[in-house]
Design a protein around this ligand. Structure first.
Ligand code: ADP
Ligand code: FRU
Length: 311
């Protein structure tokens, strides 16, 4: 899986979604029909801010923070938010030269409520008319600089074709120069299952596991491994329980979570874990060490607001 080529081993492309997150940090999760202000008695809005979001966008942020050569590939609306998004990618050293700008589209956004009391993050997402990345867009990209391409699990029919294009690309290369592919199966959507057999590394979230009726990490790994291609790595993060992983017929490995002194912002914890685990695997670390690194970085993330304090 790990490349021993002369390419820069840190070059990682994240394919997926970017949006604006409008984040409301509240002391408690609001009641329906409540009016929450800065000084209200029972619940207070402690902060409201914009943050660049989207799973692949967040993955690339974390990879940039870790010192990887990170790039983002996805569609981006040609709306007034574009400048904010592109400047923010640049702040984290993420290359966006390949991003596909879509004219006449509105920027997708999420309204996020972070509860200080419970550390929950509630996300309401909307995408009015921004199209998904097409296979044709992907086929335009020169894949040679990349050691690793990570796909957000969405846009299934197209992403399946994109992974096949990477496989085709690999066929012409010596094994040591293969591009590793990973895919994130996160959302509670049945069609995502079709992506499981295609990638070298599969990240499965506890939300997808719950949707499938799997009750713990071990069961999730067993079930997903049965669908993955032989020898694939399957990784399963599980909130405060840390993460587990396995490769082919190898033993299951585990890492505890690394909780910070105080959990203040769990938005993007899974994106952080996945990116940090990819970073470690891409640098040749063993699977167990890689998920431990993923848990350490995700633990640090949930202890701070946003990503800015991690710069
Ligand atoms: P998601 O953000 O997709 O819901 P998870 O909740 O599974 O993702 O969290 C991903 C990883 O983030 C976990 O494996 C763990 O390492 C870390 N993490 C999440 N919540 C906490 C927490 N409260 N304390 C410490 N680490 C956490
Ligand atoms: C977090 C996140 C947010 C975004 C939402 C999109 O994982 O990427 O940044 O609003 O999920 O599904």
């Amino acid at each position: 899986m790990m490349s021993s080529s002369t390419r820069d081993p840190r070059s990682i492309l994240c394919v997926g979604h970017v949006c604006v997150d409008l984040i409301n940090l509240c002391s408690h999760y609001p009641e329906e029909d409540a009016k929450v202000g800065t000084t209200t008695a029972n619940n207070r809005c402690l902060e409201q801010r914009w943050q660049r979001g989207g799973n692949a966008a967040n993955n690339s942020t974390v990879l940039g923070l870790l010192g990887a050569k990170a790039a983002f590939l996805g569609t981006i609306a040609d709306s007034h938010e574009k400048r904010f998004l592109l400047e923010d990618f640049a702040k984290y050293g993420v290359n966006t030269e390949q991003a596909v700008v879509c004219k006449g589209c509105e920027c997708p956004s999420s309204c996020v409520i972070l509860s200080r009391a419970t550390a929950s993050r509630t996300i309401i997402h909307s995408n009015k008319n921004l199209p998904e990345l097409s296979v044709e867009d992907f086929a335009q990209v020169d894949l040679t600089p990349y050691q690793w391409i990570h796909f957000e699990g969405r846009n299934v029919a197209n992403v399946a074709q994109m992974i096949k294009l990477v496989r085709e690309h690999n066929k012409g290369l010596p094994r040591g120069e293969f591009i590793t592919t990973s895919v994130e199966i996160e959302k509670a959507k049945p069609e995502l299952e079709a992506l499981i057999p295609l990638a070298d590394v599969v990240f499965v979230s506890k939300d997808f596991a719950a949707f499938k009726g799997y009750s713990n990490k071990a069961e999730t790994l067993e079930r997903v491994k049965a669908l993955a291609h032989p020898g694939a790595v399957v990784v399963c993060p599980w909130g405060e329980e840390g993460a587990s992983a396995c490769q082919g017929s190898g033993v299951m490995v585990h890492s505890p979570a690394f909780p910070p002194a105080s959990v203040v912002d769990t938005l993007g914890a899974g994106d952080t874990f996945n990116a940090a685990t990819i970073f470690a695997l891409a640098h040749g670390s063993a699977l167990e060490d890689s998920i431990r690194f993923g848990c350490r970085v995700a633990g640090a993330k949930v202890g701070v607001i946003g990503w800015e304090p991690m710069r």
